[in-house]
Design a binder for this molecule. Structure first.
Ligand code: FAD
Length: 307
């Protein structure tokens, strides 16, 4: 069976950084990434990236290209289209699927860099919507829905900010939230209330997203049980962030807020398993710079253990 000193799961900024540092420090490593490219969330960033020291990027794809080229230039050991399905912490093995085949590799240390993504509603029609590519950005796609109607689901900053951006682009917005209390900052709430093209529906859940070839409507259920259908052209689900830590659930300590507990080197409660980047960082604190730093720190610490 194949063996590697440091197994890195996830090829976003945190994983790439860990791989680059492993390479630099002469550590036998392997990075497994389930997508067909490195970069993680960078692929989805449409905005300029102005907050990563030393590298201004016009958008996420531009930064993704730089990081990918860097890893390739150093010959970091990466496998793409390799989805990790299981981590066996007792046997110290990772099982992953690539091209329909299952492979098992032994590791000495594992660095979990599996990142985070949007929390989903998990209602009928949502997966189909995403598979059709209807995963729009309020920052850049507002013009597509000018004079049309969009639903924004959620009650936090991202939901309110999205609703305001869409309203400013001329979209008629329904902001839908399951309770009456919002987590969003008060400036956003005040601004949204001032906009005539934002209608806020509270105590309301979205229970289905409808439409065969594109979104045409959503099904809503009020707290009192009343159900209705709202005609919309797009749905923006902004109900928070989900950290991808299922692979280590029950295997490492996770705090009541759902964050993997790590020390400053990324070490979890299992001394063979490290976590870096968004997978273990509270979302207001997460960033590309933080992820890259955490990946580097874990690799440097591992170098000291592997001598
Ligand atoms: C729209 C948007 C705009 C943003 N703008 C900025 C910004 O301007 N500045 C900034 O600093 N940050 C920004 N961020 C945040 C930044 O992108 C993240 O903090 C950063 O990408 C986190 O890096 P990561 O490597 O920890 O995780 P991710 O980028 O999430 O990468 C994780 C990787 O792990 C892979 N993976 C997951 N599970 C498995 C598995 N089982 N097997 C194999 N691979 C797996 C995923 O496919 C993914 O490639 C933005 C994010 C978004 C979504």
């Amino acid at each position: 069976m194949q063996y590697v000193d440091v197994m890195i799961v996830g090829g976003g900024p945190a994983g790439i950084s860990a791989a680059i540092w492993c390479k630099r420090l002469g550590i036998d490593h392997l990075l497994l990434e389930k997508k067909n490219e490195l970069g993680g969330q960078l692929a989805k960033i449409q905005n300029e990236i102005i907050d990563y020291p030393g590298l201004y990027a016009e958008n996420g794809q531009a930064m993704q290209m730089v990081l990918t080229k860097h890893a390739a230039k150093l010959n970091c050991n990466c496998k793409l289209n390799a989805t990790v399905l299981k981590i066996d912490e007792a046997q110290k093995t990772v099982t992953f699927e690539q091209d329909g085949k299952l492979e098992v590799i032994h590791f000495r240390y594992l660095v979990l860099a599996s990142g985070a993504g949007q929390r989903r509603l998990e209602v009928p029609g949502e997966r189909e919507m995403l598979q059709r590519g209807e995963d729009y950005s309020a920052t850049t796609d507002g013009q597509l829905f000018k004079n049309k109607t969009a639903a924004v689901v959620g009650g936090g900053d991202r939901a309110f900010e999205g609703a305001i951006l869409l309203a400013d682009a001329g979209v008629n917005v329904f902001l839908i939230h399951r309770t009456q209390s919002f987590k969003a900052r008060s400036e956003f709430i005040t601004l949204a209330n001032q906009k005539s093209n934002i209608k806020i529906l509270t105590d309301t859940k979205v229970t289905a997203i409808n439409g065969d070839h594109r979104v045409t409507s959503i099904t809503l259920v009020k707290d009192d049980g009343e159900s209705s259908c709202l005609m919309v052209d797009a749905v923006f689900v902004r109900i928070g962030i989900k950290r991808n830590y299922e692979l280590v659930e029950g295997k490492v300590a996770i705090d009541p807020q759902g964050l993997i507990v790590t020390d400053q080197t990324g070490k979890t409660s299992n001394s063979s398993i490290f976590a870096v980047g968004d997978v273990c960082t509270d979302s207001p604190l997460s960033s590309i710079a933080a992820s890259v730093g955490q990946g580097a720190t874990a690799a440097k610490f591992l170098a000291s253990l592997l001598v």
